[in-house]
Structure formats: C-alpha cells, structure tokens
Design a protein around this ligand. Structure first.
Ligand SMILES: [Zn+2]
Length: 430
C-alpha cells in the first residue's frame, strides 16, 4: 500500500492524498506480495515484554522505549538545492530536524529512535546519490526501493535498521496539473526484519517542499507514521496524520494514532533494527537526582511512656447498716368496754372507764354508759352525763323509766347526754 501525502504549498490548491493498495503500487512487481496483513502472521518476531505506560499527555502506549534504528538517506538534490552544496550545513540542519522527530516519537509513542544520516558517496559525488528526476512521486519511490533492494551493500546495510527513508531535494510533481505531492510512503514497512521479510525502504520526504523546519518535522513524522501502520485522519487539522500535512504541519499524534504506532512496534520487534528496550530505556534522559536532603537530626527516641501509677482503689465505704425502724410500741388502747360489773370497790376505782356507785361498779359514758338510764344525780355526774331539766332537742330514750318520765313531765332534773344540750336549735336567732 502506498500513501501519497499532498500539499498545496506550491502551486495547487485542493490537493488530495491517495492511498493505494500494494498490488496497485508503483513497486507492485517488486518485493513480491507485500500484503500488509501478512506481516502480522509472520513468525520469528521477538516478543518483548509489554510495559504499559502513559505518555506525557496521558495516552497509554504499549512499548515504551522500544529502540528503532532509522536510516535517512540524503540525496544530492537536497544538499545542492537547499544547502548550497554544503554537506555539513545539510547534516547539521537535517540532524536537528530528525532529532525533533525522534523526541516527538518518544514523547508521544514511546518509541526511542536512533537516527543515522547516510550519503551514498561511492560514485564520487560528495553530495550523495543522484536519483533520476522522474517528476512523479510513485516512480521516485520505486527507484528508491529498487536501488536499495538490488545493491548488495545497501541491502546489507538496510537490514540493520527498522526504518529506511529518503530525504530528497527533488520535486516529484510534474507541473502539468493534478496533485502536488510532498511525501510518499508504503504502509506497514517498519521493523520487518525478523518477521520473515527483509527490511524495505519505507518512504520519501521531499524536504525542499516543506516551507519551514516545523513543517519538515511534521512531514517526516507523518511518513514514518505510515511505516508504523498509521493511516490518515483528516477530521482535524491538528494532527500529524492529516493528509495535507504540508499545509497544517502539526507535530501532535492523535491518541488513536499513538495507539496504532505503539501497537505496531509491540508486534514487530526483531532485536536488530527494532529492539526490545530495557525496562527503563537507556536513551531516556535520566533526570539528575535531587540532592539528597540534609540529614535530619535523628529524633531522640521517645521514651516509652511510663504509666501513671494507678492508685490503689479505695474501697467504697461500707455504709453503716441502717437499722430497721423499730416500730414504736403501740399503747394498749383503753378498753372502752371494760367490764365494770362485778369489780370490787378498789378494783373499780382503778379501772379506767368504771365508776363506783351505790349500786356497784358501773361504766361511764366513754365505756358505754347510757345517760338516760342513770337514775341518780351523783352517778349521772360521775358517769359524765348532764343532770338537769330535760332539753327539748334531746332525743327520746327508748328505755325511759316511769320515774324518769314523771320527773321529765314535772320539769325536774334528769340524767341526759351532755353534748346534745350544747347545740342550738336551728330556729334560734338570725
Ligand atoms: Zn500520508
């Protein structure tokens, strides 16, 4: 598959980029069947331990620090046209460009590129090899690939690299209209050594058509991205893999492209041109270690806390037993119904509730005596009754004697209840 990268930088506008399948490519008759899918099933790949890591912008990549040796051939046209036949100037300038490319790849994809610039001076031309000026991008790529495949020395040299690319000073555009091409690449050509295939030239970048260094960096990143299986993404101009790379010159890979490139590297490593990296990657600049902080004084070990002596528990004072309240002796109640009858004179005298009368020992009113039944004045008064004329309010006595009745009719004094006489009748006074 061949990818042409277009640009309207020069004369034309509205250029498009063409991606051709391998069978229709300019080198279809060379190199045999280079179907991209065949690469993934080839045996012999060195399986590197995957180290999932995160790039500077948070994108995860599979193979951080995978080492890829990249060989850039510089043709005589580039040194002559762009650098005034000064090889040293060309080398210095181009090294600056490819080093920026390498830095971008490592930061964004985890691939650590080792650059090498090559000028083929075997013919005696110090400026490098001069390719036929085909004015056709596809033809130029065919010439590039055939030369490196057929020349034994170049072929041997190529096998030590994961990517081989040409930086050219020619202009492949015919000038008769149509597209303007600034770069061309075959997809899936990186790190083929050890996959059952020989290393193949990957791409041409016509640096003479890049308007400045930034665009040159973007162009080389783009064409090498195709070698690592990345395809075009034209939905944003802020992407390396936009087909109009010569116009927008972005140096940022989209996250999906980073995944593609790191995934290809993860699947195609032979230990020569594309080597498994050490766990940390020797090319990764190791930041200077921070100066060791001044030793902090070792704090004195804290003494074990001495437990405060626990005071002996003071026994709770045993409360004095509260004596059960002793019930006060209940005085024997005065027997109001002391049987006074039959008591002798002395016993009657000292018996509470009894009075001595002429008819023997008798109870007083507190001991059940009934005033209405007491016939004698002295006995009545001793018993606690009232001796006097009958009071109207005095209730009738059921057991009136005949003598009492007579005395009452006559208005004479009789024995009667004391208390009743003391009350006033309801009709008295107002
Ligand atoms: Zn492209």
């Amino acid at each position: 598959m061949v990818c042409r990268t277009g640009t309207d930088l020069t004369q034309m506008t509205g250029v498009t980029d063409v991606v051709l399948p391998a069978s229709q490519g300019p080198d279809g008759s060379w190199g045999g069947a280079l179907a991209a899918t065949a690469f993934n099933t080839a045996a012999g790949s060195e399986i590197c331990p995957s180290i999932l890591t995160t790039s500077v912008d948070g994108t995860s990549v599979l193979r951080p620090h995978t080492k890829v040796k990249v060989l850039y051939e510089i043709d005589s046209a580039l040194v002559a046209v762009e650098f005034g036949n000064s090889v040293s100037t060309a080398i210095s300038y181009i090294l600056d460009i490819v080093n920026i490319v390498a830095a971008n790849y490592e930061l964004q994809t985890g691939i650590a590129i080792e650059n090498e610039l090559f000028l083929d001076t075997r013919s005696g031309n110090a400026l490098g090899h001069t390719y036929p000026d085909t004015k056709n991008a596809a033809d130029a790529l065919t010439n590039f690939r055939l030369r490196w495949a057929k020349d034994p020395e170049l072929k041997a040299k190529m096998d030590g690299y994961g990517v081989v690319s040409l930086l050219s000073g020619q202009n492949p555009n015919s000038g008769s209209g149509g597209r303007q091409t600034i770069g061309i690449a075959r997809l899936d050509t990186a790190c083929l050594k050890g996959q059952g295939y020989e290393t193949l030239p990957s791409s041409i970048s016509w640096l003479a058509l890049a308007r400045d260094k930034e665009c040159a960096v973007s162009l080389i990143m783009h064409e090498m991205g195709h070698a690592f299986s990345a395809i075009h993404h034209d939905y944003t101009q802020s992407a390396v893999m936009h087909s109009l790379v010569g116009n927008y010159c972005s140096q940022s890979f989209l996250p999906v492209v980073r995944s593609q490139i790191s995934g290809w590297a993860n699947d195609h490593t032979d230990g020569v041109g594309c080597a498994c990296a050490a766990s940390t990657g020797p090319e990764v600049p190791v930041p200077e270690p921070e100066p060791a902080p001044a030793p902090q004084p070792v704090p004195e070990p804290m003494p074990e806390p001495v437990p405060e002596p626990v005071p002996e528990p003071v026994p709770e004072p045993v409360p004095e037993p509260v004596p059960e309240p002793v019930p006060l002796p209940v005085p024997e109640p005065v027997n109001p119904l002391a049987d006074c009858s039959g008591l002798r004179r002395r016993a009657c005298r000292f018996t509470l509730g009894c009075i001595r009368t002429r008819v023997g020992c008798q109870p007083n009113t507190e001991n059940g005596a009934v005033c209405a039944r007491i016939p004698r004045k002295k006995w009545c008064r001793k018993a606690g009754c009232l001796w006097g004329p009958a009071v109207a309010s005095n209730p009738p006595v059921a057991l009136e004697t005949a003598q009492r009745a007579r005395r009452q009719r006559r208005g004479l004094a009789i024995c009667q209840d004391f208390a009743m006489n003391s009350e006033r009748t309801p009709t008295e006074g107002n």
